[in-house]
Write a protein that binds this ligand. Structure first.
Ligand SMILES: Nc1nc2c(c(=O)[nH]1)N[C@H]1C(S)=C(S)[C@@H](COP(=O)(O)OP(=O)(O)OC[C@H]3O[C@@H](n4cnc5c(=O)[nH]c(N)nc54)[C@H](O)[C@@H]3O)O[C@H]1N2
Ligand SMILES: Nc1nc2c(c(=O)[nH]1)N[C@H]1C(S)=C(S)[C@@H](COP(=O)(O)OP(=O)(O)OC[C@H]3O[C@@H](n4cnc5c(=O)[nH]c(N)nc54)[C@H](O)[C@@H]3O)O[C@H]1N2
Ligand SMILES: [Mo]
Length: 764
């Protein structure tokens, strides 16, 4: 392990880092004010993660929330002058970090293929161009409507309504690359694809299990809940492939002693490091312990009243051998028994998880295994207990609730049809996987992205980049310049939008938008700083104008954008749980959407919660890598399993800086974490550079070059590196079963020393 690792997370370095990022924003004063308004009544919702807020609205310091705000609210502008100086080909050579660092997109631009530059276009002309192009398509399913999870409920609702009135359910969504497996698994098991707990439950739990999640970086406000729980005597058990420092010790920047002294709160009482993709086996081991050694702890009353499929499930548990469990999880029976005991001996248990569980081939079964354990013990639907998929983007869950879903339920479409007196498509549309394939094959012809950076977020970069280039029209509604804007074919538009922190002025006055957090709390958000440019438009208005330019007769789109309350009235009429929406958001903390599973109502076909009797997979790798699985174990050419993850200084494809303080890494991102013994076996030294490659069954070889080795406390056979740099390695077909999520946490790779010649070129 490197000696540079910090002993605790949080504390003074967090505050120092925040100040640095605020200063770099060139809008320091506004951003300090912004920080005080984040997640407050009459303030705006943090554009960082989807973690919820306490009901009292007390200020919660969050280093990475501050970075997200400072990054959005900057005075640096990317305008017509900028694009005059830089051709698209030149921009393509820049790093993702450089591209976003240039500042906020400040006016609408259109790509000119003749001179390879973006040039100004009026909003009116841009909308007309989109409308004309869409109306020239021979089939509405030639349109792909991507969404990234920052869009407001209002923008998302209009977007899906527009897409469906146009005639398509093609709604690829960042969620397809993120928590899709959670939605699928929870719907199959408990009848609703959302978490069953609220923030208050963390105050009442006796045990909290954290699977495959790095909250110190990605959900820093969750650390307050974990710290408080730990101080109250709650046992916290972590399953993480890496030893993440925040999950070991955390110092609250709001506690003077922990801020200024080495003092910190111990977070995890038991910390287990399974092999990548080994969690299903680990949880199976916990279940086996329960069933075989503590059968009286099975909650018979709950199982009988509320569940279906116990016998089949127990039969599978019975046939799963400890040998298989130990080999796949990389954990011993003894370790798993300890974890099982904490679970079994606690009367209120919450399980949390994020990308470490969702980005594998067998993620749906893994998450259903977590649910199996909760069902056996009745740990759901009571205070202090339940299931908590910790969502990523701040409104990704709300987008789904609003209908951003390529497979809407018939009931959802019927409600829209009946209330709005319209006809909409029922057939399933495209998720990200299907959309990229359709674009690659030129079956889809227009791509509109409501935020995000599909080019860098999706796997198989070469394939994905070509797919986006194939679009006859590529429309990006964005705040910052990124690679998705530069993959231009015939025609492309950049439509600059307002950020969360900014005032959204429409004809009826200053507008509020609404969002839903990971606990299904819906609340209002209102930006307060002046927009960076008078030429930026709100996302909601942009969507309304696109709809108006395309299908003006179907709806009075422009009236809706003039007053967002009218959009909320439509939501109230068409989506269950939003009755009296405009009134309910006047409550300071917003309102909670009820969760059927938390109320022990099971919206499944059986009307019961379903056990899932799935075998452990033979291999954690996707089927398209069966050749690579065979080479595993050959000392000269070991197939490692690589996970791609976030550093402390990034937000998905947005790179804030080149450091990863909690992992002791600074100044670079092309690093590869490796177990010291694996490196020694291959005669590789720390600091040496390696090329990383993977070969899928189609024989396509994918490679990324010159990654610097860092010794790390990681299970043997596993590696870790950052996303998006690792995305070129992952075959487009390497997706989760039933979730289609890229298997970003289990990429089979081999490594070899980078040639000296190449390294010299790199250093120049
Ligand atoms: N600052 C910041 N905040 C963010 C984001 C960001 O990029 N930056 N992104 C947002 C988004 S969209 C999301 S989805 C979330 C992501 O939040 P996370 O899921 O925390 O994100 P990752 O960095 O992908 O971290 C995965 C964690 O799981 C562990 N892990 C990987 N594979 C396995 C495995 O097989 N088993 C186990 N047990 N552990 C494993 C890794 O070691 C790592 O700690 O964060 C959101 N919040
Ligand atoms: N290998 C690998 N790949 C992954 C992952 C991984 O762990 N490993 N994680 C996956 C996950 S969990 C996710 S969620 C996806 C993320 O996929 P996306 O959501 O598509 O990507 P982001 O990087 O969040 O998008 C950044 C861009 O969003 C735009 N933006 C920022 N704020 C706003 C706003 O308020 N409005 C609008 N309209 N635009 C805005 C900016 O232009 C910025 O460049 O990536 C996935 N890809
Ligand atoms: Mo995500």
């Amino acid at each position: 392990m490197t000696s540079k690792l910090p002993k605790k997370a949080g504390g003074l370095p967090s505050v120092q880092s925040t100040i640095k990022h605020l200063l770099q924003s060139h809008r320091t004063r506004e951003n300090i004010k912004n920080l005080l308004r984040v997640n407050q009544t009459d303030g705006f919702d943090c554009p960082g993660c989807a973690w919820g807020d306490n009901q009292h609205g007390t200020f919660q310091f969050c280093e990475n929330g501050a970075k997200a705000i400072a990054w959005e609210s900057t005075d640096k502008l990317v305008d017509a002058e900028f694009f005059k100086t830089h051709s698209v080909s030149q921009l393509l050579k820049q790093s993702d970090y450089w591209l976003e660092y240039q500042g906020r997109l400040a006016e609408p631009m259109r790509y000119n293929a003749k001179n390879d530059h973006y040039q100004s276009i009026s909003w009116q002309d841009a909308f007309k161009l989109i409308g004309d192009k869409l109306n020239s398509l021979t089939d509405p399913n030639q349109l792909e409507l991507y969404t990234s999870g920052r869009a407001s409920n209002e923008a998302a609702y209009l977007y899906q309504l527009f897409g469906r009135l146009f005639g398509t359910n093609n709604f690829p969504d960042c969620s397809n690359m993120c928590h899709e497996a959670s939605g699928v698994a929870l719907t199959q098991s408990v009848g609703i694809g959302k978490g069953t707990v609220v923030l208050d439950d963390f105050d009442h739990a006796n045990a909290i299990f954290v699977f495959g999640q790095n909250p110190g970086t990605n959900h820093p406000r969750m650390m307050n809940a974990l710290r408080k729980a730990s101080k109250q005597g709650c046992n916290i058990v972590t399953f993480n492939n890496l030893k993440e420092v925040a999950l070991k010790k955390f110092a609250s920047p709001q506690d003077p002693t922990e801020l200024l002294t080495p003092a910190a709160t111990q977070i995890s009482h038991l910390y287990l490091s399974p092999k990548l993709g080994g969690d299903m086996a680990a949880i199976r081991g916990m279940v086996k312990t329960l069933v075989e050694s503590y059968p009286s702890k099975i909650n018979q009353t709950f199982v009988q009243q509320h569940t279906k499929g116990l016998d089949d499930y127990l039969a599978i548990v019975n046939t799963t051998s400890w040998q298989h469990i130990e080999q796949q999880s990389g954990l011993t029976q003894n370790e798993l028994t300890q974890a099982a005991k904490v679970f079994i001996e606690s009367d209120k248990v919450i399980s949390c998880w994020a990308m470490g569980l969702t980005q594998h081939t067998h993620s749906v079964d893994t998450i259903r295994e977590v649910v199996n354990l909760h069902l056996l013990t009745g740990q759901i639907g009571k205070k202090g207990a339940g299931l908590c998929p910790v969502r990523g983007h701040s409104n990704v869950q709300g987008n789904r609730t609003m209908g951003i879903n390529e497979k809407p339920t018939a009931a959802f479409i019927q409600a829209l049809e009946q209330t709005l007196k319209v006809q909409l498509p029922y057939a399933a549309g495209h998720n990200v996987y299907h959309a990229l394939n359709a674009l690659q094959q030129k079956q889809s012809k227009v791509l509109i992205c409501l935020g995000g950076n599909l080019a860098q977020a999706a796997s198989d970069s070469q394939f994905t980049h070509q797919a986006i280039k194939n679009a006859q029209l590529n429309v990006q509604i964005s705040t910052k310049l990124n690679r998705s804007h530069l993959l231009v074919g015939e025609d492309a538009l950049i439509l600059p939008c307002l950020g969360r922190t900014e005032k959204d002025q429409q004809q009826s006055g200053l507008q509020k938008i609404t969002v839903e957090d990971t606990f299904s709390m819906v609340h209002a958000s209102q930006g307060m700083t002046e927009p960076v440019s008078p030429h930026c438009m709100s996302e909601t208005a942009i969507v309304a104008h696109i709809a108006h330019a395309t299908c003006p007769d179907k709806f009075n789109w422009l009236e809706l954008k003039d007053d967002y309350r009218k959009i909320r009235q439509l939501i109230a009429q068409t989506i269950a749980g939003f009755e009296q929406f405009n009134q309910k958001i006047e409550q300071p903390a917003g309102f909670h959407l009820t969760n059927s599973a938390a109320e022990l109502r099971w919206n499944t076909a059986s009307k019961l919660a379903n056990f899932n009797a799935a075998k452990l997979p033979n291999s954690v790798l996707a089927d398209c890598y069966s050749n690579m699985q065979q080479t595993m174990g050959d000392a000269k050419n070991i197939t490692f399993v690589l996970q791609s993850m976030r550093s402390h200084d990034q937000y998905n494809t947005t790179i804030y800086a080149l450091n990863d303080r909690y992992r002791g890494i600074s100044g670079e991102r092309n690093v590869l974490l490796i177990n010291k013994d694996d490196a020694k076996q291959l005669n590789l030294a720390e600091g040496e550079h390696v090329d990383i490659s993977s070969v899928c069954d189609q024989g396509i070889s994918r490679e990324i070059k010159a990654f610097k080795l860092v010794y790390y406390d990681i299970p043997r056979g596993n590696l870790a590196a950052y996303y998006p740099e690792t995305n070129p390695l992952l075959a487009i077909d390497s997706v989760g079963r039933a979730s289609f999520t890229p298997t970003s946490k289990s990429i089979p790779v081999t490594i070899r020393v980078t040639s000296q010649k190449r390294l010299r070129v790199k250093q120049i």
